[in-house]
Write a protein that binds this ligand. Sequence first.
Ligand code: BES
Ligand code: MN
Ligand code: ZN
Length: 499
Amino acid sequence: MEFILKHTADKKKPADLFVMGYFEGGAVCKELQTLEPLFYQSIKTALKNGKFKGSFSETLSSYHEKFTQASEIVLIGLGKTGNFKKLCMRKAAGQIAQLAKSKNVSALRILTDSFAGGEVKIQDAVSGLAEVLELNAYAFDKYKKDNAKKKKEFSTELIYTKKQYEAAFKKNIAATQAVTRGVLLARDLINEPGNVLNAPRMVEIVRKMTAQKKISCKVLGEAELKKLKMNGILAVNQGSMTPPALIVTEYGQRYQSKGTVCLVGKGVTFDTGGISLKPGKDMEKMKYDMSGSAAVIGAMSALADLGLPVHVVALTPMVENNVANNPQRPGDIIQMYNGKTVEVINTDAEGRLILADALSYAEKFKPKAIIDLATLTGMCAYTFGDQAIAILGNSKRLIGRVQDAGEAAGERCWELPMWDGYRDQIKGYHSDLLNVGGPYGGTITAAKFLEEFIPEKTDWVHMDIAGTAWCNSPRYDCVKGATGVGVKLLVQFLKAWKK
Ligand code: BES
Ligand code: MN
Ligand code: ZN
């Protein structure tokens, strides 16, 4: 989306819609008196007559042929300043995006200053608006034949009252867009159906993206995976007609002394369940089972665009869990990359098998922290719905840092316990481990399984994004489909990274 910055005094063509905010019980932005005196008067009248209070998400819409900013002006209630937080700002921005879309505008204008209040500084208002307008305007419509059904692009003009803001606003918008580009890349990868985005296609896309940035890309193909005995990855992909891949991307090697961070993302391009076939209902959604890998790749792209001073290695095992070819059977025993053996009780618990090999392989990079993201368990979605990422790990400190990053990014994480008792469920009988526990505590037993493959003495955090990676009905920052969850959190985390 194009963002245009303009001073309030600059000469401007009228927009299609002009939006500003108002805090309940507060003063009306003084600048409006000169900018749009008629609207200023109309607000005063509405407030006096109790037709508008300014409670959160309330709107007051006005039309006047003598308006100069736009033919329609909407005032958005922001609630009391004392309650106004960054999340409120994001939601208000979502409301503006919704208005712009429903009114089919081409040019939107926003009085930026009017959104600063409470915990939200003027720069937070700018980043909140830029982020959410962009994320909300996203649509995956490349497969629609009829152009009229495709989304309409609109430009957003942010106007502000103080000349000295301009340079800082410009930087802020560019940085925000580096992150949203990463989120949108992740969404595009996830929304792409399983018949198009398989492991080889993912490799192509990542190679192309990394070639344009300061990111190196190495791909371990089937032959190398066999040589390395990455049998977790190989076994899951046995049922697929396309070869698997472990994509290794690396950024910021010269910052190695600050401690390497390894990101690992589950990349199951489609999860049928394998021989332990999933039920048909909602199975089409399982193209999203590579959301972890997409988040990691989106974060790498953002990282490079921002030029953050961190060394990050991303490992994304890419497979398809299908039933063709020579699929693995329940009861198969496989020896993983780290030497441990696993009895595959259920071929639908495939994510942990591919992640296990990638997690042990991370040892090669001597990371100070490993963070993995995966749509790992249906149980996670049952537990938290779409409101939280389940977070588990072996380091309170790292968990805390990831949680803080999530809070700041608007991607909340809630911790689940990793008590030893849960390990009993995955103890093997004919093997070292089973790939599933009993029916209870599934999100935790999955994480306990992953823990068996973490390089010794390495801080590690696992994020189950099964409930948050897909949006079922439109919300302030997303339309139905992939959310790209994790990208913003990872970037935030890496911005704050210290050994
Ligand atoms: N990709 C799924 C997790 C999933 C399932 C996410 C349903 C969202 C909705 C994962 O590979 C899986 O199938 N997990 C199984 C594990 C079970 C067999 C122990 C699950 O959660 O049902
Ligand atoms: Mn599965
Ligand atoms: Zn899966």
